[in-house]
Design a protein. Structure first.
Length: 298
Protein backbone atom coordinates (compact mmCIF):
# COMPACT_ATOMS: atom_id res chain seq x y z
CA UNK A 1 0.00 0.00 0.00
CA UNK A 2 2.57 2.54 -1.20
CA UNK A 3 0.10 5.35 -1.83
CA UNK A 4 -2.80 5.74 0.55
CA UNK A 5 -6.22 6.69 -0.82
CA UNK A 6 -7.63 9.96 0.40
CA UNK A 7 -9.69 9.45 3.55
CA UNK A 8 -7.91 6.21 4.58
CA UNK A 9 -9.07 5.16 8.05
CA UNK A 10 -7.20 3.38 10.82
CA UNK A 11 -7.90 2.89 14.50
CA UNK A 12 -7.94 0.59 17.51
CA UNK A 13 -11.13 -1.39 18.09
CA UNK A 14 -11.56 -3.00 21.53
CA UNK A 15 -13.43 -6.31 21.66
CA UNK A 16 -15.09 -6.73 25.06
CA UNK A 17 -17.67 -9.00 26.65
CA UNK A 18 -18.20 -11.54 29.38
CA UNK A 19 -16.16 -14.77 29.31
CA UNK A 20 -16.97 -17.34 26.62
CA UNK A 21 -19.07 -15.08 24.41
CA UNK A 22 -16.88 -15.63 21.33
CA UNK A 23 -14.45 -12.69 21.33
CA UNK A 24 -11.38 -14.65 20.26
CA UNK A 25 -13.30 -16.62 17.63
CA UNK A 26 -14.57 -13.36 16.15
CA UNK A 27 -11.08 -11.83 16.16
CA UNK A 28 -9.60 -14.83 14.36
CA UNK A 29 -12.40 -14.69 11.77
CA UNK A 30 -11.94 -10.99 11.11
CA UNK A 31 -8.17 -11.34 10.77
CA UNK A 32 -8.35 -14.50 8.68
CA UNK A 33 -6.13 -16.72 10.83
CA UNK A 34 -5.60 -17.74 14.45
CA UNK A 35 -4.04 -14.94 16.50
CA UNK A 36 -6.00 -15.47 19.73
CA UNK A 37 -6.62 -18.84 21.36
CA UNK A 38 -10.09 -20.26 21.86
CA UNK A 39 -11.68 -22.94 24.02
CA UNK A 40 -14.96 -23.56 25.80
CA UNK A 41 -13.28 -22.79 29.10
CA UNK A 42 -13.90 -19.27 30.37
CA UNK A 43 -10.92 -16.91 30.70
CA UNK A 44 -8.90 -18.46 27.88
CA UNK A 45 -7.57 -15.04 26.79
CA UNK A 46 -5.32 -13.40 29.37
CA UNK A 47 -3.26 -10.96 27.39
CA UNK A 48 -4.21 -7.98 25.28
CA UNK A 49 -3.97 -9.50 21.80
CA UNK A 50 -3.98 -7.38 18.66
CA UNK A 51 -5.32 -8.69 15.38
CA UNK A 52 -4.88 -6.60 12.25
CA UNK A 53 -7.12 -6.53 9.18
CA UNK A 54 -6.19 -4.23 6.30
CA UNK A 55 -8.31 -3.36 3.26
CA UNK A 56 -7.84 -0.85 0.43
CA UNK A 57 -9.60 1.84 2.46
CA UNK A 58 -8.97 1.02 6.14
CA UNK A 59 -6.86 -0.77 8.71
CA UNK A 60 -8.68 -2.29 11.68
CA UNK A 61 -6.48 -2.94 14.72
CA UNK A 62 -8.65 -5.22 16.86
CA UNK A 63 -7.71 -5.57 20.51
CA UNK A 64 -9.00 -8.78 22.09
CA UNK A 65 -9.38 -8.59 25.87
CA UNK A 66 -9.88 -11.11 28.67
CA UNK A 67 -13.51 -11.77 29.54
CA UNK A 68 -14.28 -9.44 32.44
CA UNK A 69 -14.26 -11.63 35.55
CA UNK A 70 -16.90 -10.95 38.20
CA UNK A 71 -16.96 -14.22 40.11
CA UNK A 72 -13.41 -14.55 41.38
CA UNK A 73 -11.08 -11.98 42.89
CA UNK A 74 -7.60 -13.57 42.77
CA UNK A 75 -4.46 -11.74 41.68
CA UNK A 76 -4.66 -13.18 38.16
CA UNK A 77 -8.28 -12.08 37.70
CA UNK A 78 -7.63 -8.59 39.07
CA UNK A 79 -4.74 -8.23 36.60
CA UNK A 80 -6.96 -9.34 33.69
CA UNK A 81 -9.78 -6.97 34.71
CA UNK A 82 -7.30 -4.11 34.91
CA UNK A 83 -6.17 -4.99 31.37
CA UNK A 84 -9.78 -4.70 30.15
CA UNK A 85 -10.16 -1.23 31.72
CA UNK A 86 -6.84 -0.05 30.26
CA UNK A 87 -7.83 -1.25 26.79
CA UNK A 88 -11.15 0.59 26.95
CA UNK A 89 -9.31 3.76 27.92
CA UNK A 90 -7.05 3.91 24.85
CA UNK A 91 -9.02 2.64 21.86
CA UNK A 92 -10.96 4.61 19.25
CA UNK A 93 -14.00 2.39 19.11
CA UNK A 94 -15.51 -0.39 21.22
CA UNK A 95 -17.21 -3.56 20.05
CA UNK A 96 -19.17 -5.33 22.79
CA UNK A 97 -20.23 -8.93 22.23
CA UNK A 98 -23.31 -10.58 23.68
CA UNK A 99 -24.77 -13.96 22.87
CA UNK A 100 -27.97 -14.13 20.84
CA UNK A 101 -30.90 -14.91 23.14
CA UNK A 102 -28.99 -14.26 26.39
CA UNK A 103 -28.49 -11.15 28.47
CA UNK A 104 -26.82 -12.03 31.76
CA UNK A 105 -25.85 -10.16 34.89
CA UNK A 106 -22.24 -10.39 33.72
CA UNK A 107 -23.18 -8.75 30.39
CA UNK A 108 -24.75 -5.85 32.28
CA UNK A 109 -21.65 -5.50 34.47
CA UNK A 110 -19.48 -5.19 31.35
CA UNK A 111 -21.87 -2.51 30.04
CA UNK A 112 -21.16 -0.46 33.16
CA UNK A 113 -17.51 -0.22 32.04
CA UNK A 114 -18.30 1.03 28.52
CA UNK A 115 -16.99 4.53 27.76
CA UNK A 116 -19.49 7.31 27.17
CA UNK A 117 -17.17 9.32 24.92
CA UNK A 118 -16.59 6.77 22.13
CA UNK A 119 -18.80 4.82 19.72
CA UNK A 120 -19.84 1.42 21.09
CA UNK A 121 -21.04 -1.14 18.54
CA UNK A 122 -23.09 -4.00 19.97
CA UNK A 123 -22.29 -7.28 18.23
CA UNK A 124 -24.88 -9.99 18.85
CA UNK A 125 -22.96 -13.22 18.27
CA UNK A 126 -24.10 -16.83 17.71
CA UNK A 127 -27.19 -15.85 15.71
CA UNK A 128 -26.96 -19.32 14.14
CA UNK A 129 -28.20 -20.64 17.52
CA UNK A 130 -31.32 -18.43 17.40
CA UNK A 131 -33.80 -20.42 15.33
CA UNK A 132 -36.86 -18.30 16.18
CA UNK A 133 -36.61 -14.87 14.53
CA UNK A 134 -39.29 -13.36 16.77
CA UNK A 135 -37.37 -14.43 19.89
CA UNK A 136 -34.18 -12.96 18.44
CA UNK A 137 -35.91 -9.64 17.73
CA UNK A 138 -37.22 -9.45 21.31
CA UNK A 139 -33.71 -10.14 22.56
CA UNK A 140 -32.25 -7.37 20.38
CA UNK A 141 -34.82 -4.95 21.80
CA UNK A 142 -33.97 -5.99 25.36
CA UNK A 143 -30.23 -5.50 24.82
CA UNK A 144 -30.74 -2.19 23.00
CA UNK A 145 -32.68 -0.90 26.01
CA UNK A 146 -29.86 -1.86 28.40
CA UNK A 147 -27.32 0.63 27.01
CA UNK A 148 -27.10 3.48 24.49
CA UNK A 149 -25.29 1.54 21.76
CA UNK A 150 -24.24 3.41 18.62
CA UNK A 151 -25.17 0.52 16.30
CA UNK A 152 -26.27 -3.12 16.62
CA UNK A 153 -24.93 -5.80 14.26
CA UNK A 154 -25.94 -9.49 14.55
CA UNK A 155 -23.27 -12.01 13.44
CA UNK A 156 -22.11 -15.59 13.71
CA UNK A 157 -18.36 -15.61 14.34
CA UNK A 158 -18.23 -19.39 14.06
CA UNK A 159 -19.93 -19.48 10.64
CA UNK A 160 -18.57 -16.13 9.42
CA UNK A 161 -22.06 -14.71 8.86
CA UNK A 162 -22.55 -10.95 8.38
CA UNK A 163 -18.90 -10.08 9.05
CA UNK A 164 -18.65 -7.89 5.95
CA UNK A 165 -21.54 -5.82 7.25
CA UNK A 166 -19.80 -5.58 10.63
CA UNK A 167 -16.55 -4.33 9.03
CA UNK A 168 -18.48 -1.80 6.95
CA UNK A 169 -20.20 -0.50 10.10
CA UNK A 170 -16.95 -0.29 12.06
CA UNK A 171 -15.09 1.47 9.26
CA UNK A 172 -17.52 4.37 9.38
CA UNK A 173 -16.40 5.13 12.95
CA UNK A 174 -12.63 4.79 12.51
CA UNK A 175 -10.66 8.05 12.45
CA UNK A 176 -8.84 9.14 9.30
CA UNK A 177 -5.27 7.98 9.88
CA UNK A 178 -2.35 6.34 8.13
CA UNK A 179 -1.98 2.60 8.89
CA UNK A 180 -0.17 1.63 12.10
CA UNK A 181 1.06 -1.70 10.69
CA UNK A 182 2.16 -3.18 7.36
CA UNK A 183 -0.58 -4.41 5.06
CA UNK A 184 0.50 -8.06 5.51
CA UNK A 185 0.71 -7.91 9.34
CA UNK A 186 -1.99 -9.87 11.18
CA UNK A 187 -0.90 -9.52 14.84
CA UNK A 188 1.49 -7.69 17.13
CA UNK A 189 2.30 -10.92 18.99
CA UNK A 190 5.79 -12.35 18.65
CA UNK A 191 6.18 -15.95 17.50
CA UNK A 192 7.40 -16.79 21.01
CA UNK A 193 4.19 -15.40 22.57
CA UNK A 194 1.99 -17.14 20.02
CA UNK A 195 3.77 -20.46 20.60
CA UNK A 196 3.04 -20.27 24.33
CA UNK A 197 -0.61 -19.40 23.71
CA UNK A 198 -1.10 -22.26 21.23
CA UNK A 199 0.23 -24.77 23.76
CA UNK A 200 -2.06 -23.36 26.46
CA UNK A 201 -5.04 -23.62 24.13
CA UNK A 202 -4.37 -27.33 23.55
CA UNK A 203 -4.17 -27.93 27.31
CA UNK A 204 -7.66 -26.44 27.72
CA UNK A 205 -9.10 -28.21 24.70
CA UNK A 206 -7.71 -31.66 25.44
CA UNK A 207 -8.00 -31.68 29.24
CA UNK A 208 -11.52 -30.23 29.30
CA UNK A 209 -13.14 -29.63 32.67
CA UNK A 210 -10.60 -31.84 34.44
CA UNK A 211 -8.16 -28.97 34.78
CA UNK A 212 -8.76 -25.41 36.04
CA UNK A 213 -7.88 -22.41 33.90
CA UNK A 214 -4.92 -21.62 36.21
CA UNK A 215 -2.45 -23.05 33.69
CA UNK A 216 0.46 -21.10 32.22
CA UNK A 217 3.11 -21.83 29.59
CA UNK A 218 6.66 -20.51 29.53
CA UNK A 219 8.92 -20.69 26.49
CA UNK A 220 12.32 -21.71 27.84
CA UNK A 221 14.16 -21.64 24.51
CA UNK A 222 13.18 -20.47 21.01
CA UNK A 223 15.79 -21.05 18.31
CA UNK A 224 15.58 -20.46 14.57
CA UNK A 225 17.65 -22.44 12.07
CA UNK A 226 16.59 -21.25 8.63
CA UNK A 227 12.90 -22.20 8.31
CA UNK A 228 13.11 -24.61 11.27
CA UNK A 229 12.16 -23.45 14.76
CA UNK A 230 13.26 -25.37 17.83
CA UNK A 231 10.96 -24.59 20.77
CA UNK A 232 11.32 -25.83 24.35
CA UNK A 233 8.35 -25.05 26.63
CA UNK A 234 7.08 -25.74 30.15
CA UNK A 235 3.44 -26.03 31.19
CA UNK A 236 2.97 -24.69 34.72
CA UNK A 237 0.19 -26.19 36.86
CA UNK A 238 -0.86 -25.65 40.46
CA UNK A 239 -0.91 -29.22 41.81
CA UNK A 240 0.55 -32.69 41.30
CA UNK A 241 -2.93 -33.98 40.41
CA UNK A 242 -3.13 -31.42 37.58
CA UNK A 243 0.29 -32.49 36.32
CA UNK A 244 -0.93 -36.10 36.12
CA UNK A 245 -3.99 -34.98 34.10
CA UNK A 246 -1.90 -32.98 31.61
CA UNK A 247 0.58 -35.81 31.11
CA UNK A 248 -2.11 -38.49 30.88
CA UNK A 249 -1.77 -42.25 30.95
CA UNK A 250 1.58 -43.23 29.50
CA UNK A 251 2.19 -39.62 28.49
CA UNK A 252 -0.50 -39.79 25.79
CA UNK A 253 -2.27 -36.54 26.73
CA UNK A 254 0.94 -34.50 26.70
CA UNK A 255 1.91 -36.08 23.39
CA UNK A 256 -1.42 -35.01 21.86
CA UNK A 257 -1.06 -31.48 23.29
CA UNK A 258 2.43 -31.18 21.82
CA UNK A 259 1.48 -32.63 18.42
CA UNK A 260 -1.57 -30.40 17.93
CA UNK A 261 0.28 -27.29 19.15
CA UNK A 262 3.19 -28.05 16.81
CA UNK A 263 0.85 -28.45 13.84
CA UNK A 264 -0.78 -25.07 14.60
CA UNK A 265 2.65 -23.44 14.95
CA UNK A 266 3.79 -24.82 11.61
CA UNK A 267 0.72 -23.31 9.94
CA UNK A 268 1.18 -19.98 11.73
CA UNK A 269 4.95 -19.76 11.17
CA UNK A 270 4.94 -21.31 7.69
CA UNK A 271 7.80 -23.64 8.52
CA UNK A 272 8.82 -26.79 10.36
CA UNK A 273 8.77 -26.81 14.18
CA UNK A 274 10.60 -29.08 16.61
CA UNK A 275 8.73 -28.85 19.92
CA UNK A 276 9.54 -30.25 23.35
CA UNK A 277 7.06 -29.67 26.19
CA UNK A 278 7.49 -30.42 29.90
CA UNK A 279 5.06 -30.11 32.80
CA UNK A 280 6.06 -28.52 36.11
CA UNK A 281 4.15 -27.97 39.37
CA UNK A 282 4.40 -24.42 40.75
CA UNK A 283 1.82 -23.99 43.47
CA UNK A 284 0.13 -20.60 43.82
CA UNK A 285 1.61 -19.12 40.62
CA UNK A 286 -1.72 -17.41 39.75
CA UNK A 287 -1.48 -15.31 42.94
CA UNK A 288 2.25 -14.58 42.63
CA UNK A 289 2.61 -11.00 41.37
CA UNK A 290 6.23 -11.51 40.32
CA UNK A 291 5.32 -14.66 38.38
CA UNK A 292 2.45 -12.87 36.62
CA UNK A 293 4.84 -10.09 35.57
CA UNK A 294 7.23 -12.70 34.19
CA UNK A 295 4.35 -14.12 32.13
CA UNK A 296 3.35 -10.64 30.94
CA UNK A 297 0.14 -10.55 32.98
CA UNK A 298 0.65 -7.58 35.29
Amino acid sequence: MSTLPEGFRCGLVAIVGRPNVGKSTLLNRLVGQKVSITSRKAQTTRHRVMGIHTTDTAQFVFVDTPGFQTRHAGTLNRAMNRRVRETLADTDLVMMLVEAGRLTREDRQVMELLPADRPVILVVNKIDHAKDRAVLMRHLQEVAAAHAFTEIVPVSAKQGSNLEELLKTLEGYLPENAPLFGEDDVTDQTERQLAAELIREKVFRLCGEEIPYAVAVTIDKFEEEGRLRRIFATILVDRDSHKAIVIGKGGEKLKSISTQARQDMERAFDGKVYLEVWVKVKGGWADDVRMLKTLGID
